[in-house]
Write a protein that binds this ligand. Structure first.
Ligand code: ZN
Length: 526
């Protein structure tokens, strides 16, 4: 029996951190058939790959591609980076459950898409059936669960509501979701007590899954960065569940240079027996929403996005929160480091700093932000609010994996709008270009481990993440010296130096071209 595909004489990186060796990879029926220095035999397709590094397809540990493939199945900004699986539903926000307050929380998906499911199993089925470029694995968002059963108010769930949240979570995990995500920085997730979170995290633990967390504070806005890190470690300890700090960062000048202390805390927890890990995107600039980043939690309490915009048109409401909004802007580093990324209500503002808009309108930053949110709740910005020293330190930590915090987008069609953070198009190649090739912060094999076997282990994707016999044939080939990534000036650019990407044994990128194949599946917890 000939192999389907035989890759000859590549520099093989297995995904576990081992040094590369020269060898062959054989693929049949979507699976890796063999990986060794010399494979004898015929193949329907044989490629000499001696100029490339051959490695497992990248697993993006942290993404928000919750709806995009329903809008454009060919979305390719991730697969062009070598990403073959995305973990979606992060930061406490997932596509399901989609009923009750979760429906009101839903603002807009690109292209005017509206979900057609209600329960988590229905959403999983929809994700499985939808043609797409890459594989998906689902986390269930705590904020979405809370919105569905408790609504938007700042109050604890009643015992009955908590029971229903736990049952809904259980049902979703049973159907194949890979864990629970929390977004304790965002309303309504921010209204949850540690006790509520321990209750729900315990369910995730009992199903053998994980809890990821956009922690309560990454800077100096509410409880502070270090207390927020300690909280998620306590949740892991009390609920006996592995925990992951999402997009770890020391946010804002008040918090810079704390990475050393935080890494000592994480390592001490691991030695004690709490399984805590991190994911991270490799930039000194974050991306977020103006509403979540500036509006006081007490103001957000009980309001849907539509009601928030309406309230911001009232002068007395604005006056009452203006100082808090101004302080939150200052804590991000001030208006000159904040650049409007996406603002459908007035796209002319995209690409301008908040300072520039203030200068042209002769208004102060808090006024401009409230003006903008009153016209369009979805406003997003990029914030140059991190210190590179902390970014490097977190990236070097062996328990940190790579997660883009972005979505699968495109350079054309409904997923090409706005001026998105370049992480959507270039987070993974940036690690190779900037942190391996140019600055030697990481060995190439360690960088690949953080993109492959580490996230596979974390999310129990047991048949992906390494180049080994029997694994799904998710394979990337890199021309390491040619790898370049998208920039803030030109964010909507596919990377170079990643000429071949295979998903489940099918080429999606071949000879630098998108093949239009859509072989992606749904990776369910087993
Ligand atoms: Zn987040």
């Amino acid at each position: 029996m000939p192999f389907d595909i035989l890759l000859k004489n590549g520099r093989i990186i297995d995904g576990k951190g081992n040094p590369w060796f020269r060898g062959d990879v054989a693929v049949t029926d979507g699976r890796i058939q063999a990986v060794r220095p010399r494979i004898q035999g015929e193949a329907r397709e044989e490629l000499d790959v001696s100029q490339y590094v051959v490695c497992p397809g990248f697993i993006d540990a942290h993404t928000h591609s919750d709806y995009v493939f329903f809008v454009d199945p060919t979305a390719q900004s991730k697969v062009r980076q070598g990403i073959t699986t995305e973990v979606i539903g992060n930061c406490g926000m997932s596509g399901a459950p989609y009923f009750g307050g979760a429906k009101e929380k839903f603002t807009s998906a690109p292209g005017g898409f509206v979900p057609f499911w209600e329960s988590i199993p229905e959403y999983l089925e929809a994700l499985a059936k939808q043609p797409k470029t890459i594989n998906l694995a689902l986390l269930i968002g705590h904020g979405t669960l809370r919105a569905a059963f408790v609504g938007h108010e700042d109050r604890p769930p009643t015992p009955d509501e908590l029971t229903r949240m736990k049952a809904c979570l259980s049902e979703g995990l049973q159907a194949g979701a890979v864990g629970l995500s929390t977004g304790l920085y965002f309303a309504p997730g921010s209204f949850a007590s540690e006790e509520e979170l321990v209750e729900l995290a315990g369910i995730a633990g009992r199903h053998g899954t994980v809890v990821t967390s956009h922690i309560r504070d990454e800077g100096s806005r509410s409880v502070g960065f270090i207390p927020a890190v300690l909280e998620i470690i306590r949740i892991g300890r009390k609920a006996r569940v592995p925990v992951q700090i999402s997009h770890i960062k020391a946010f804002g000048p008040d918090t810079w240079h704390t990475s050393g202390e935080v890494l000592r805390i994480l390592e001490a927890a691991r030695i004690e027996g709490v399984d805590v890990t991190c994911d991270q995107y490799p930039y000194d600039t974050t991306g977020g929403g103006l509403a979540a980043d500036t509006l006081p939690y007490s103001f957000q309490s009980g309001k849907t996005p539509k009601q928030i915009s309406e309230a911001l048109r009232k002068p007395d409401v604005r006056e009452a929160i203006k100082e808090a909004v101004a302080t939150n802007i200052q804590k991000r580093g001030g208006p000159s480091v904040l650049t409007i990324a996406t603002y459908p209500a007035d796209p002319r503002l995209e690409g301008h700093t908040l300072q520039e808009i203030c200068d042209s309108r002769k208004k102060d930053p808090a006024e401009v932000v409230m003006d903008m949110l009153s016209e369009g709740y979805e406003a997003k910005w990029n914030c140059r609010s991190l210190s590179q020293e902390d970014v490097d330190a977190f990236l070097k930590y062996p328990a940190t994996m790579i997660g883009s915090d972005g979505s699968s987008l495109s350079t054309v069609g409904p997923l090409s709008h706005g001026n998105p953070h370049p992480r959507n198009f270039g987070a993974f190649p940036r690690v190779i270009n900037e942190y391996v090739r140019q600055r030697a912060v990481l060995r190439l094999e360690d960088a690949i481990r953080k993109m492959t076997s580490l996230p596979a282990q974390r999310f129990s994707l047991t048949d992906r993440g390494t180049l080994a016999e029997g694994m799904w044939a998710d394979i990337v080939m890199l021309d390491v010296d040619a790898v370049r990534d998208a920039t803030f000036e030109h964010p909507k650019q596919y990377p170079t130096g990643i000429p071949y990407v295979m998903v489940n044994g099918v080429w999606v990128i071949k000879d630098n071209e998108f093949t239009r194949n859509l072989p992606g599946g749904l990776a369910r917890r087993r």
